[in-house]
Design a protein around this ligand. Structure first.
Ligand SMILES: NC(=O)C1=CN([C@@H]2O[C@H](COP(=O)(O)OP(=O)(O)OC[C@H]3O[C@@H](n4cnc5c(N)ncnc54)[C@H](O)[C@@H]3O)[C@@H](O)[C@H]2O)C=CC1
Ligand SMILES: O=C(O)C(=O)Cc1ccc(O)cc1
Length: 314
């Protein structure tokens, strides 16, 4: 077990990400004390049953008081309200971070509330599943995954280093970039793919209603993969699209143009165009696997037990 990186860690929000952090922090000994917060008494009670923390609160300020590192793991649309609530309780020298899937909006919402003398290091672990809540977390979630940090140019370097060591302790690889760049990259690699999944499952469900066909019953592998992604948390994803609006709309416009080109190729029987694109995309996937960034068949949520709490980590 490594030396603790911080004395007192406050986890504001204890869903999939907050509870995965609680488990890995406990397992790796990254903090001496874990203060857990959640709004709803039922969730606090469940976190207590699971033994996720050393102390429990429903008021975010109570959890954040005296913490060296505060990690906010709530839907991105709630990050400003949470920052405002914890601000009076933050001690000088504390570090505030988050895990939100969108960064420009989170910085805009949270930064104005961060008191002088407190460091703000926004972060995004690019790791997750379609499950949510404190039961869904597991200690291995961040292992060999990226965590992207988006500190502002004036952010204290020592605070960035502490947050980097923290995520490395959780098993992640860490890279730093601007919030704007982050939001562009994630729009095409994560946000638009989720929108496509929500859309195709919605379209199929609509067809099912209209024709009484057996779309769902006989769905092939590709569609099943979409249904997994389209089962992701509605609140979280509503907030992602509302808060990364510009980048998502820009990437969607590009996507629609390319889709129209494919539509045309199909209509006019341009097999070469289809074959060339599919050959290039196959090479991209194989390149990713060869670079060791992905296994042949990611298994999130498919194997019974995957995505469930890790009893050894409690
Ligand atoms: N689910 C995923 O795969 C990933 C999620 N993220 C980000 O992590 C953050 C948390 O997501 P999850 O842990 O998946 O969500 P979750 O739904 O499992 O947990 C959310 C937590 O936030 C609390 N919460 C919800 N609304 C709130 C509000 N209005 N005010 C205060 N607290 C509120 C809930 O009580 C719960 O404790 C989000 O910002 C999301 O974008 C980042 C990487 C992956
Ligand atoms: O479940 C999946 O396939 C995901 O893509 C998980 C995920 C969701 C949101 C993020 O910001 C990062 C990762």
């Amino acid at each position: 077990m490594a030396d603790p990186i911080v004395d007192r860690l406050a986890l504001i929000g204890i869903g999939l990400i907050g509870s995965s952090l609680a488990r890995v922090v406990r397992q790796q000994g990254l903090a001496r004390h874990i203060a857990v917060q959640s709004r709803r008494p039922e969730t606090v009670a469940r976190a207590r049953e699971l033994g996720l923390g050393d102390s429990y609160a429903s008021d975010p300020a109570d959890a954040a008081r005296g913490a060296d590192l505060v990690i906010v793991s709530v839907p991105v649309g709630a990050s400003g309200t949470v920052a405002e609530a914890i601000a009076p309780a933050l001690k000088p020298g504390a570090i505030v971070s988050d895990v939100g899937s969108v960064k420009t909006s989170v910085v805009r919402q949270m930064a104005p509330h961060i008191p002088d003398g407190v460091h703000f290091v926004p972060a995004h672990p690019v790791a997750g599943t379609e499950h949510s809540g404190p039961d869904a977390g597991f200690a291995e979630l961040f292992r060999n995954r990226w965590t992207l940090l988006t500190p502002l140019p004036e952010t204290d370097q020592a605070a960035v280093e502490t947050v980097t060591r923290f995520w490395v302790g959780c098993g992640a690889n860490v890279e730093t970039m601007s919030p704007e760049h982050h939001d562009m990259v994630l729009a095409i690699t994560s946000h638009v793919p989720h929108l496509i999944a929500y859309n195709i499952v919605g379209t199929a469900a609509h067809l099912e209603q209209v024709t009484q066909s057996e779309v769902m019953k006989f769905s092939a592998g590709g569609f099943r993969d979409f249904t997994r992604i389209a089962a992701s948390d509605p609140t979280m994803w509503r907030d992602v699209f509302l808060h990364n609006r510009d980048a998502v709309l820009e990437m969607l416009a590009r996507f629609s143009e390319d889709l129209t080109a494919l539509q045309r190729a199909i209509r006019w029987g341009d097999g070469d165009m289809l074959f060339d694109l599919f050959t290039r995309t196959r090479a991209i996937r194989r390149g990713i696997i060869e670079a060791g960034q992905e296994t042949e068949a990611p298994d999130f949520g498919r194997t019974p037990g995957a995505g469930k709490p890790d009893p050894a980590a409690r």
